[in-house]
Design a protein around this ligand. Structure first.
Ligand SMILES: CC(C)(COP(=O)(O)OP(=O)(O)OC[C@H]1O[C@@H](n2cnc3c(N)ncnc32)[C@H](O)[C@@H]1OP(=O)(O)O)[C@@H](O)C(=O)NCCC(=O)NCCS
Length: 164
């Protein structure tokens, strides 16, 4: 899982700040800062994706430079039905979040994160991974290329599922 000097490895508790940054990037995928860092860290709609990382059942990967700086992350977390994420499908199907820092996109890091995360999901014997993608987000092409298919709709977003 390596792209030039960028390495993808399993995420640990020490990577929490990289996950928060990726969560912020995912919320602001359009590029304009729709949500402030404070909103992302305090509004449960966003914060429940990272708060308490790592919870039992969580798993993820981070992309790091040669210096060890985190430049992206992808991770999975399950939710209770009364605390569902945007891409909720079932309580035993974790929802994926992904983000790569803006200046370093389009160089293969996102693909490496996704394939690493999917491999971890398979090794855990999960039956699937879900996610939510808003209309117009190019990330959808990446998900569909990896086998995710549309299983639902939530506001202006589609819910996609990869069966493992
Ligand atoms: C989606 C994202 C994680 C992909 O990471 P990446 O490092 O750019 O990925 P790759 O270089 O491996 O490119 C894979 C695909 O990602 C998508 N992609 C590439 N650059 C992108 C960009 N600047 N913005 C959105 N999607 C992009 C494209 O579908 C690309 O496939 P293509 O090269 O055939 O067009 C990254 O672009 C990102 O962080 N976007 C903003 C946050 C976001 O949208 N998160 C997902 C919310 S559902």
């Amino acid at each position: 899982m390596e792209t030039a000097a960028i390495k993808v490895r399993e995420a640990t508790a020490e990577d929490t700040l990289t996950l928060w940054a990726a969560c912020f990037d995912a919320a602001n995928w359009r590029g304009s800062d729709r949500f402030t860092r404070e909103q992302v860290m305090n509004d449960p709609e966003f914060s429940h994706y990272v708060e308490g990382w790592p919870r039992p059942g969580d798993f993820g990967v981070v992309a790091v430079t040669g210096n060890g700086d985190g430049i992206g992350a992808a991770w999975c977390r399950t939710f209770a039905a009364d605390d569902a994420g945007y891409g909720f499908v079932a309580t035993d199907i974790p929802e994926l979040t992904i983000g790569v820092v803006p200046g370093l996109r389009g160089a293969g890091t996102g693909t490496a994160l996704m394939t690493g995360l999917i491999a971890l999901g398979r090794s855990r014997g999960l039956r699937g991974i879900s996610l939510s993608v808003e209309d117009g987000n190019r990330a959808r092409d990446l998900y569909e290329r990896l086998g995710f298919v549309r299983v639902g709709r939530n506001g202006g977003s589609d819910t996609l599922l990869l069966q493992l």
